[in-house]
Design a protein around this ligand. Structure first.
Ligand SMILES: *[C@@H]1O[C@H](CO)[C@@H](O)[C@H](O)[C@H]1NC(C)=O
Ligand SMILES: *[C@@H]1O[C@H](CO)[C@@H](O)[C@H](O)[C@H]1NC(C)=O
Ligand SMILES: *[C@@H]1O[C@H](CO)[C@@H](O)[C@H](O)[C@H]1NC(C)=O
Ligand SMILES: *[C@@H]1O[C@H](CO)[C@@H](O)[C@H](O)[C@H]1NC(C)=O
Ligand SMILES: *[C@@H]1O[C@H](CO)[C@@H](O)[C@H](O)[C@H]1NC(C)=O
Length: 428
């Protein structure tokens, strides 16, 4: 246990170092931004950029990868990643696996079935809405050259973020605070999973835990959900074997705790551009709760409760940094440069509020890591919108000749699952 605590404290030190790095980057930014500002002002003109053509990144020295599966799990920066990936596919008119009806999940947290997604005349390019990883099923659905990627987060931070986001303390009267919750996590988790508490849960079925080995579940590890299904949670050999398989099947497991580094690694792996990986972080709120530092005892309690996620995280955090090491010395130059571009975009889109204007654009100059590119106000607005709506419209256009009355409804699998499978708005 003390090892983990030490790791976390080392993490604290790292944060301080990162802060120092941030200020260095800021100085760097100030220098660069004077240069860039000179040209941006000149380039922010009234001409309206045509969205579709100009928003596809150009200038790769390798071939851009467009076929992939992205596995997302709650509270791992996945909604932010979601906006990146949806935008990437939309501006290229790529074929997404779209949930049926107005569902927002592809069967998650159950294994995906044909009745969970709309059929397509063309091969799929991207599977990225909430789905539980299943190599057999996904290999059948996707092209042979599809790449598998995902993102995970340090389990303690994921827990504290979930506690706030899912109001985990509110299923009892009076509500409990975080320290009380963690002291008796088993008890409160059992209460949360009860059928009577379904009104408190956002689309989670009865008997499903969002705090116990959730990342392992999203990655398809058989952990006995739904009840009666295979459960390897007591078999360390089987767990390690499954993690080994994931390691072989996934080209990249990003780490939310090292987000810019993860994005640059993604860019390199997929031959994407800076423009593709720019983001507006969503779902990031209440930093106070996210920064709860555990006592030794609390960390041990959670480790024992959700051990597989800790093992998973330790494994992929190691392989992440091994991959970074193999990138060569200019990797961190690229990360720093990306941070500058990201800040310039944020200022243009959200400080100067061009996301709500029309026809403006910002030119990002060419560098060692990117070709010159423009960010239009339309592109800014794409960073904040819930693009699944646009993806549904794209589906209707491509598959149903734009006739929304032919809107495709699947026969709904009725398994008495509560809340209803697939999750939709308005919540039923
Ligand atoms: C995929 O799902 C099927 C059906 O639920 C299951 O039988 C199979 O074990 C899963 N495959 C893997 C690799 O987990
Ligand atoms: C949390 O709740 C417990 C039990 O109700 C209480 O003893 C404790 O003082 C509370 N802690 C904080 C930080 O509010
Ligand atoms: C544990 O998993 C391993 C590898 O899958 C298997 O060979 C072994 O039989 C399992 N042990 C038990 C007790 O189920
Ligand atoms: C992740 O790995 C890095 C490099 O080995 C290490 O410095 C860091 O402490 C690890 N993070 C956590 C939260 O374990
Ligand atoms: C950016 O927009 C300007 C003005 O329309 C144009 O001259 C320039 O070629 C554009 N750059 C790119 C890379 O599209």
């Amino acid at each position: 246990m003390t090892k983990i605590v030490m790791l976390l404290w080392r993490k604290r030190l790292k944060i301080i170092m990162l802060l120092m790095l941030f200020f260095t980057a800021l100085v760097y930014l100030l220098n660069v931004s004077f240069l860039v500002l000179d040209c941006t002002n000149a380039n922010v003109n009234r001409k309206r950029a045509s969205f579709k053509e100009s928003d596809v990144g150009k200038g790769h020295s390798c071939t851009e990868k467009t076929n992939f599966v992205f596995i997302k799990c709650m509270k791992c920066a996945t909604e932010t990643m979601g906006t990146i990936i949806r935008r990437f596919g939309l501006v290229r008119n790529l074929n997404f696996v779209v949930p049926v009806k107005n569902n927002i999940y592809l069967g998650w947290p159950f294994v995906i079935e044909e009745t969970d997604y709309r059929p397509s005349k063309k091969p799929f390019n991207i599977l990225m809405e909430h789905a539980v990883y299943n190599s057999t099923k996904m290999e059948k659905m996707m092209p042979n050259n599809a790449v598998y990627i995902t993102i995970i987060r340090e389990p303690w931070r994921r827990l504290t973020s979930s506690f706030w986001y899912f109001s985990l303390g509110y299923t009892v009267e009076p509500p409990v605070n975080f320290s009380e919750y963690i002291q008796n996590i088993q008890k409160y988790d059992e209460i949360y999973k009860e059928p009577e508490k379904k009104a408190f849960r956002f689309c989670f079925p009865n008997g499903f835990s969002v705090v116990k080995n959730l990342m392992a579940h999203c990655l398809g590890m058989p952990l006995g959900f739904p009840a009666g299904h295979k459960d390897i949670s007591m078999n360390d050999t089987a767990i390690m074997q499954y993690i080994g398989e994931l390691d072989a099947q996934f080209s990249l497991v990003m780490i939310a705790d090292y987000f810019p580094e993860s994005l640059v690694l993604l860019k390199r792996l997929m031959c994407w551009t800076f423009k593709d990986i720019l983001y507006h972080s969503s779902n990031v709120r209440n930093h106070k709760i996210q920064e709860i530092i555990p006592t030794d005892e609390e960390l041990k309690l959670y480790y024992d409760f959700s051990k597989i996620d800790f093992i998973l995280y330790e494994h992929f955090n190691k392989s992440f940094w091994r991959k970074v090491q193999k990138q060569g010395p200019d990797f961190f130059d690229e990360v720093n440069h990306f941070k500058v571009v990201q800040l310039l975009m944020e200022r243009f889109c959200f400080v100067e509020n061009n996301a709500n204007s029309k026809g403006q654009f910002l030119t990002i100059p060419k560098s060692k890591f990117n070709q010159e590119f423009n960010i239009s106000s339309e592109y800014c607005s794409y960073m904040t919108r819930y693009l699944l709506e646009d993806i549904r419209k794209q589906y209707n256009r491509n598959e149903l000749d734009g006739d929304a009355s032919k809107y495709w409804y699947a026969k709904e699998p009725d398994k008495g699952e509560i809340p209803k499978r697939g999750c939709s708005f308005p919540l039923i």
